[in-house]
Each structure stands twice: as structure tokens, then as C-alpha cells.
Design a binder for this molecule. Sequence first.
Ligand code: DNO
Length: 367
Amino acid sequence: MKMTFRWYGSKSDPIPLKYVRQIPGMTGLMGLLDDKAAGEVWPVEEIRDYIDQVHQAGLACEVIESVNVHEDIKIGLPTRDRYIDNYLATLRNLAAFGVKVVVYNFMPVFDWLRTDLARLIPEDGSNSLYFDERDLGQMGPLEIVRKTAEDSHGFTLPGWEPARLAELETTLERYKGMTPQQLRLNHKYFLDAVIPVCEELGIKMACHPDDPAWPIFGLPRIAHSGEDFDQMLALHDSPCNTLCLCTGSLGSNPANDVPALVRRYGEQNRIGAMHVRNIKFLGPRRFREASHLSADGDLDMFAIMKAIHDTCPDVYVRPDHGRMIWDEHGRPGYGLYDRALGATYLNGLWEAICRMSDSPEGKEPRP
Ligand code: DNO
């Protein structure tokens, strides 16, 4: 397992890279350029600048996230070819700097979605991201965008680029009546263009699941269950067409057996990266994000780490969203403290699992 951390770049992330490096067992980043609009080519100079900084801090940067897919590709408009060309240019630019996995998603309009970015956890006074489908019904798409922007305290949030959301009404209109099968065909068109190039470049595309794991606002969604993933991986059968298996996104639907899904796709060598976090169910389609500890939420983190160990032990993992604790003022979900605790806990589980299984990784000092 390669333990990594999401970092938004020195202009946008209040967490110094030095602090990331100081987290025990941290070996690298899942990086991103957070000011890039979907469809834009990521310039070589900016990639170089970001990756140089990461290397200088003593960390690797083999995974890049949120290379967002332009809506025209997801909708299947004639203009999609232009945006696919741009996407390929970005992939080539990233490959030149040693990037091996690119995380993206194929969710219409919205990336991850919550109804509260700082819900108080009464037991300990911390707060975390929260979702309640009933609030969503009352708010509607425009209100949720407004509220999310307001509650993010000036921080950019991944997948919530202002440029794209400014055209929200027009975009929503364009998806009217689209079936999941049509969206799947548009995904296939994208994969058919991108995956052969990835094979040349040595890059795995890793698709992030729908978050939460069901359709919202009547939009089609095609990545929230084992059945969806089977279809997605068959759209273009290649070891470069993989999943970013996010335990918290999938786990938002209790019908998803997360450790079993990790095993199934780990065995098939189709997990390019993992986001690992825990959630606490509060009712039907209502949950909050918990600390990473199994006892604090409803996911079995030991079983998840064991499934990684048994089926895809070399995968890139990052602790996903943390709570806000110790009065930290940071980007919702992406503060330093709780994610650092999460990484340390996951590394502890890993060491125990490796030793119990007599795998060398738990004993050898890290390079
Ligand atoms: C949310 C993240 C997602 C993820 C994208 C990948 O916090 O996990 O924004 O990075 O869906 O494209």
C-alpha cells in the first residue's frame, strides 16, 4: 500500500507540504491543480511547478485527481471531440512527469454532494460533512450550489468549479430525459478515445464512484454499485480502465458491501487508487462522515484494509475526508489533523495485518 494525501497546492492549501511529510508513513500525494476548469489543458509549466515542490518535500506524486471531464463529453455533444483532445493533451503532460494514475468521475453536473459541510457532532464537539436527502428536496440544485459555496469559507472544493456551476440551469436542462444507458454510451465514447492513449503512456484512469451512491435531482448516475462497475469496466476492457474505489461514497448505501467490492475488483487488478474513510448512518439516505476508526462509524475498516492487503497490496491509498477537530480552520473535509489521524490509524491496521499474515511489508522499515 502506498499511503498518500490530497494537497491543493501552495497557493490554495493552508497546509504546508512539510507537515504532510511529517505524517508517519506518508509517502506521496494524490495531487491536483485546483484552478483548472473542466476541459482545459493542464499546462506543462504548472504541472512541473506543482510536482517539483512535492518532490522537494520528499514525497512522490504518481497520482493526480480531479482531471474533470467536460459536461459536453458526458452529454455527448458534437463539441466533445475537442474536449477529449484537450483531455489527451493533459494526460500526455502528466505522463511526462511520472504520473501513473489519473482519478476522474463521470457524474453529471455534480461531483460529491452534501447538505451541510460542518455538521456538529454533539458527542465531541467536532464537525464533519453531512447529507440528508430530505434537505436536498427542500433546497434544489441552485440553492445547494449557493450554500456549498457559502459554507466553503473561500476554499475551492474539488468538483465545484465556479465556471461550470455558473451555467447550472442550462446544463441541467441538457440532461433532461437522459437515461443511464445513454450516459454509459457517452462514457464508452470517452474511454474508447482515452484508454488506448493511456496504454501507450502507462497511465491508469481511475473512475470515482457517485457520491452519495444513488441518483440525485433526477440526473442519471452510473457508478454506485458492483453491477455498475462491472458494466463500466466492460465498456473498454483494459487494465488501464480502473476504479478509484472510494469507501465512503460507496458505503453511503448500506446495500454496498464495501470490503467485498474491494476484493472483487482488487482480484481483477482493476483498482487504480483508493479513498478510504468511514461514515455513520443516521437514517435512510442520511449520514455523516465519521473519524476513520471502525468503532466510530458503520464501515468495517479492518475488513477493508484486509481486502486491500489480500488482493491489491500495492495500491495507492489516501485517507479521505476528515472531521474538523482541534479548532482547525481549513477546507471542509480536507483539514490536516483528522486526515493525519486517519492515515496513522490505517497504517496501524496495515502493520497488524501484514504481521499477522507474515507479509514483509509490516516489518521492513519504509524507504
Ligand atoms: C471529494 C473527492 C472527489 C473526487 C473526484 C474525482 O472529496 O473525493 O472530488 O476527487 O470525484 O474526480
